[in-house]
Design a protein around this ligand. Structure first.
Ligand code: ZN
Length: 370
């Protein structure tokens, strides 16, 4: 059973049929959102049974736009929520324990399941590394041919991971935005199925928030802190917390706080200028390569998450990010890649403004970027 109702543009609010195979708004180019029939979602949830099950990605199938019986899955999600040793009332949602060692697997299981439902045989995806590694793994499992357009900054281990899964790599000279353009042009011209930070991936990334709420006994934390690249994750989590409240599983919403590196902070800059859309930045540069997106696909949606949740956005220096990475490894025993330490670097910077229970999302394993 699928409870998906329609697709809506986050920019111009135009609605589309759920069967339309679209990646951007055909009218304005804006990012898309999947809408659900929440009466049906609630009806398909056997609450007693549901509450007994352990937290994992597919437990929340009723909030996804695909049929769970078709799922291409490797046990993604169910990642630990680790209480901080150093900081009171802080928990780490450690995404490094996913099958390909980053939160991207939550999106890939949904995107690739959708591709299988549509009978897709060839997919392409632009990536700074983690998404490519994840998409190539899930495509390998589904027997789908896969081509990854990699940005120049992608690090060696992620390239090896993609190669291991047999995906074809197109090394793009420029940054992620160049890779994205080449990939989207290729998909259009050759009719390959496009994967990336488009609506179905965002639907999968919601499960980070479903699990956080679940692991905190269905009481949403006061703050959720996350890195922002394309802005897909922070919006997906905000969307998910609202969905849980809509169907009555939780009764409050957290404030969402998003962080970017100073060398690439289009979303935070636009937030601070109080703009309604994101102004791209030229020549982005950060050591946290996984969030180096100069013109974020879901920038508009990320702004909505920061504003509607009454959270905020803040920038960090690369050295603040690296200090947090070292602190996590040495003091907490948790090894993350630089982008995975962004939320903790952010916490250290803004902690005086926060209270209540705080969750920092650690997006990827340290072995990803040695
Ligand atoms: Zn639109």
């Amino acid at each position: 059973m699928v409870n998906e109702k329609s697709i809506r543009c986050a920019e111009c609010n135009k609605e589309y049929n759920k069967l339309d195979n679209i990646f951007h708004c055909p009218s304005c180019g804006g990012p898309l959102d999947i809408l659900y029939d929440y009466k049906k979602v609630k009806a398909s949830l056997d609450k007693k049974e549901f509450l007994k099950q352990p937290a994992n990605h597919w437990k929340y199938w009723m909030f996804y736009p695909v049929k769970s019986k078709n799922k291409v899955s490797m046990g993604e999600g169910g990642t630990p929520l680790i209480k901080s040793k150093l900081f009171d009332n802080v928990w780490f949602k450690y995404e490094g324990t996913n099958p390909t060692c980053s939160f991207k697997d939550r999106g890939s299981t949904i995107e690739v399941t959708k591709a299988v439902e549509l009978g897709v045989k060839k997919v392409c995806c632009a990536s700074t590394g983690n998404m490519g590694a994840s998409v190539s793994a899930y495509c390998a499992r589904a027997g789908i041919k896969c081509r990854i357009f990699l940005s120049g900054s992608a690090c060696g281990n992620k390239v090896k991971q993609i190669q291991a899964h047999g995906a074809e790599i197109i090394q793009v000279k420029g940054d992620y935005m160049e890779a994205l353009k080449e990939c989207e042009d290729f998909a259009k011209k050759n009719r390959w199925y496009l994967m990336g930070d488009y609506p179905y991936r965002g639907e999968g990334e919601k499960s980070v928030a479903f699990e956080i709420a679940d692991q905190m006994d269905w009481i949403a934390p006061s703050y959720v802190l996350a890195p922002m690249g394309n802005g897909t994750l922070i919006y997906a989590m905000w969307d998910a917390f609202q969905e849980l409240q809509t169907i009555g599983l939780t009764d409050r919403l957290p404030k969402m706080i998003g962080f970017q590196s100073e060398g690439c902070s289009p979303i935070v800059n636009s937030y601070k200028k109080n703009l309604n859309s994101v102004e791209p930045v030229e020549n982005p540069r950060t050591l946290a390569t996984a969030i180096e997106c100069g013109n974020p696909l879901d920038g508009k949606k990320a702004l909505i998450a920061l504003k509607d949740s009454e959270g905020f956005g803040e920038t960090l220096t690369d050295s603040e990010i690296l200090d947090a990475q070292i602190l996590l490894a040495r003091e907490e025993g948790i090894f993350v890649e630089p982008s995975g330490a962004v939320s903790v670097a952010g916490y250290l910077k803004v902690r005086k403004k926060l209270g209540g229970k705080i969750v920092c999302v650690l997006t990827g394993h340290g072995l990803k970027a040695l």
